[in-house]
Design a binder for this molecule. Structure first.
Ligand code: HEM
Length: 318
């Protein structure tokens, strides 16, 4: 075999580096991903979320839940944001999502500052973090570099765990996405914020047949809040008594039978998860640090690299 001329060798070497680089970057996230291309991305998203949250206190809970629904279906690829017939957004579990306009507003600011650079999936990941911070919860560094998916299928949202799930089902659902029992318990703490429709737990509060796992006075309270008389409230109830404040009250309430959804209460009733509920109920600082770490892990699910795009409008594929 002849010796490669120096020029060919250099070309070969550069090609080798490029291929290696693009393989290594496939779906790889980093805190500094936009440091040179859009250093102001985090700040612009934060300002958009802050402005929206000041105008409407439902916004933080909505953004946090939206991120969970994005990550659990096709990975954290912004597929929950896509409009159109038969997209994830149109499916029953997502009909009660909201605050898509906040993502649009953040995206518009970011596109102005750094066109065609920051993905919608990353904007949602940052917005979920900001939602928690603005509600008094922990801060964490969001890993970035996700690309946006081009596919969104309503049917696939059946994979989201339903509210009547018991711990066995929940563990399976989280394990499928590489998340542990610990992640399940700590991420469920997101229900420290926001509301649930009465329909998501109505089978637990039937008169004369209240779920024995629920505190009876709490059941009566929920029956009142969900009655026709209160239809004006949109027939929703707070998931936690301090539902606009990110705290560990959610866990304390589970120990007293005051979880709203079966999927909440069963975390206390099942021996595999009870001790963690007790622990987070007693140690807010520990809950905060574990929640932050677990959000980073959830944000790694099914991340797209060069097989995705940076959508110019989060509602449509380029
Ligand atoms: C463990 C499995 C989970 C189940 C079964 C579940 C189910 C639900 C249900 C049924 C609702 C009420 C929806 C409605 O009826 O309108 C809800 C609300 C909410 N969920 Fe979850 N969830 C789970 C995990 C999570 C996770 C991991 C997060 C985020 C990290 C999250 C964040 C939220 C938030 C913030 C709300 C309130 C939304 C609002 O006020 O608009 N949930 N969840």
């Amino acid at each position: 075999m002849g010796v490669l001329p120096a020029q060919s060798f250099v070309k070969f070497f550069v090609l080798f580096l490029l291929v290696g680089e693009s393989l290594a970057n496939k779906g790889k996230l980093s805190v500094s991903y936009y440091d040179s291309t859009c250093p102001q991305a985090d700040e612009l998203v934060y300002q958009a979320v802050r402005k929206a949250a000041m105008g409407d206190q439902k916004v933080p809970a909505r953004l946090l839940r939206m991120f969970f629904h994005d990550c659990f279906i096709r990975g954290c690829d912004g597929s929950v944001l896509l409009d159109g017939n038969g997209t994830e957004k149109t499916a029953p579990p997502n009909l009660s999502l909201g605050a898509f306009d906040v993502i649009d507003a953040a995206k518009a600011k970011v596109e102005d500052a750094c066109p065609r650079t920051v993905s919608c999936a990353d904007i949602l990941a940052m917005a979920a973090r900001d939602a928690v911070v603005l509600s008094g919860g922990p801060q964490w560094k969001v890993l970035k570099g996700r690309k946006d998916g081009r596919v969104s299928i309503a049917e696939e949202t059946k994979e989201l765990p339903p509210p009547n799930s018991t711990v066995t089902k929940l563990i399976q659902s989280f394990a499928k996405r590489g998340l542990s029992v610990g992640d399940l318990v700590v991420l469920s703490g997101a229900h420290t914020l926001g509301v649930s429709s009465c329909t998501s737990f109505s089978s637990r509060i039937n008169t004369g047949n209240v779920d024995p796992a629920m505190d009876s006075k709490f059941a009566t309270k929920l029956q009142g809040e969900c009655s026709m008389l209160n239809a004006a409230s949109g027939n929703t109830v707070f998931l936690d008594a301090t539902a606009v404040k990110f705290d560990n009250n959610y866990y304390k309430r589970l120990t007293r039978g005051k979880g709203v959804l079966t999927s909440d209460q069963d975390l206390y009733n099942d021996a595999r998860t009870r001790e963690l509920v007790n622990l987070y109920g007693r140690h807010k600082g520990l809950f905060f640090s574990e929640f932050a770490a677990s959000m980073v892990r959830m944000g790694n699910i099914g991340v797209k690299g060069e097989d995705g795009e940076v959508s110019l409008n989060c509602r449509v594929v380029n």
